[in-house]
Design a protein around this ligand. Structure first.
Ligand code: NI
Length: 176
């Protein structure tokens, strides 16, 4: 079911999420289905459970061709539960990000370029991956939601934060 996405200003987005302790439950299946339906309806690259008001450590992400990120490299569709991230170097990359909880805006956000992540899928099977670039950016953005962190809180130069249609006039970057 498509759910309402909470917007920045809602205190639920600032609260750290609880870990999942039981896998493959009806609760978890319904949550993941709702997240999938909501992300697909909005062409999101990712979604975290607290964005639909559920305070558990569940994120989904994936990009094939996304009109919101037309130049982004593909990211495999992934359900990631209780994620743990480990940066693999100190190297930082800055690039544009948006968020379904902050519609119509983009900002330049620093992220680790390369990282390792570990977590579980719906069945409790371990996911263990190394990634870089846009994939690493998406994982960091979504995991931040589980810590109560929204991307504007990471922006180093707030002059590089603004409205999508003003930042990219005529480029037909989809408005959130
Ligand atoms: Ni977001």
């Amino acid at each position: 079911m498509i759910k309402e996405v909470l917007k920045m200003g809602d205190p639920k987005l600032l609260k750290p999420s609880e870990p999942i302790t039981e896998f493959n439950t009806p609760f978890l299946k319904t949550l993941i289905t709702d997240m999938h339906d909501t992300m697909a309806a909005l062409n999101g690259a990712g979604l975290a459970a607290p964005q639909i008001g559920v305070g558990y450590q569940v994120v989904i992400f994936g990009v094939t061709h996304n009109p919101r990120y037309p130049e982004a490299e593909p990211v495999p569709y992934t359900v990631l539960i209780n994620p743990e991230l480990t940066p693999l170097s100190g190297e930082i990359e800055e690039d544009w990000e948006g968020c379904l909880s902050i519609p119509g805006m983009r900002g330049i956000v620093p992220r680790y370029k390369k990282l390792h992540y570990r977590g579980y899928d719906l069945d409790g099977t371990i996911i263990d991956r190394t990634c870089d670039g846009f994939h690493a950016r998406v994982v960091q953005h979504e995991t931040d939601h589980l810590l109560g962190i929204l991307y504007p809180m990471r922006i180093r130069d707030l002059r590089l934060f603004g409205y999508t249609d003003t930042l990219f006039p005529g480029e037909n970057v989809q408005d959130d």
